[in-house]
Design a protein around this ligand. Structure first.
Ligand SMILES: [Zn+2]
Length: 261
């Protein structure tokens, strides 16, 4: 494994005071902060602070897929109320749907992690390990799987759950979700896939949050605590992409479970 977690831990030049994956040096770097301000605008990007648990969510929109402003503000407030200074950063370049479909389709593998994926080819390298990339796509246009993306793991390994058509997918520091009209669904899906940066599903019926029964658009206090401690997962800590998500291996074995966000 090249560039794995050991590399960061033993790299004396890499100091991360707040353990959020954003090196302290970058938080102090005016050049880096200017670059983020220039890209995302000063209204979205509020700057980084050494010692603060900053968490950047860099959101890419395809075609007319979108997230309502009220949902963005709700999620930012929710994260900040739980001790994480989340900044929802809309990437300024909306991606043409036809171009996106011909290059990557609605397939999570070619969006998130294949060698020719959207993530590999189009996400700017200086943003990859300091922010979580969230891609919002229209998804499939035809029923019965309208608004969904295809995942061959779900198709082959989950007894063909929904023929592989899912609402969203996270592979660590990057995720994709299908567009939904409902603001509540936008918030639920976004929070679920963002939370997968650190958290797995929870089958305990008392968990009413988005990783459990999904009745509340929230996480449990213990999940928030784990999330605060796991923000450094925005860095590619495995050295190879598909293993990025901490719970992928346990979830993509053929069990009886149904899923998913
Ligand atoms: Zn999930």
């Amino acid at each position: 494994m090249v560039g794995g977690v050991a590399t960061y831990k033993h790299d004396r030049t890499y100091e991360d005071q707040s353990s959020d994956g954003i090196p302290t040096e970058l938080k102090r770097s005016e050049t880096f902060q200017d670059r983020l301000t220039e890209l995302f605008g000063s209204e979205s990007f509020e700057g980084l602070e050494p010692g603060r648990l900053d968490f950047l969510v860099d959101v890419r929109y395809v075609g007319d897929a979108t997230i309502d402003d009220s949902v963005k503000r709700y999620l930012e407030t929710l994260f900040r109320d739980n001790g994480i200074y989340m900044q929802w950063l809309d990437h300024p370049e909306r991606i043409d749907e036809q171009r996106f479909l011909s290059a990557y389709g609605n397939d999570v593998r070619s969006i998130l992690w294949s060698k020719q994926s959207f993530y590999v080819q189009e996400v700017e390298s200086d943003l990859k390990n300091v922010a979580l990339q969230l891609v919002v796509v229209p998804g499939r246009r035809e029923s019965p799987h309208e608004g969904r993306v295809y995942c061959h793991f779900s198709d082959y390994l989950r007894n063909g759950w929904n023929n592989g058509w899912i609402n969203g997918m996270n592979t660590g520091n990057r995720a994709v979700i299908g567009y939904r009209d409902s603001y509540r669904e936008q918030a639920r899906l976004a929070l679920h896939e963002i939370a997968h940066l650190v958290l797995c599903h929870d089958e305990n019926p008392s968990n009413l949050g988005v990783m459990g029964t999904q009745e509340r658009v929230d996480l449990t206090p213990s999940e928030w605590s784990r999330f605060r401690n796991g923000l450094d997962a925005v860095r590619d800590t495995t050295g190879y992409d598909i293993a990025l998500r901490r719970c992928s291996w346990s979830e993509y074995i053929p069990l009886e479970r149904t899923c998913c966000g």
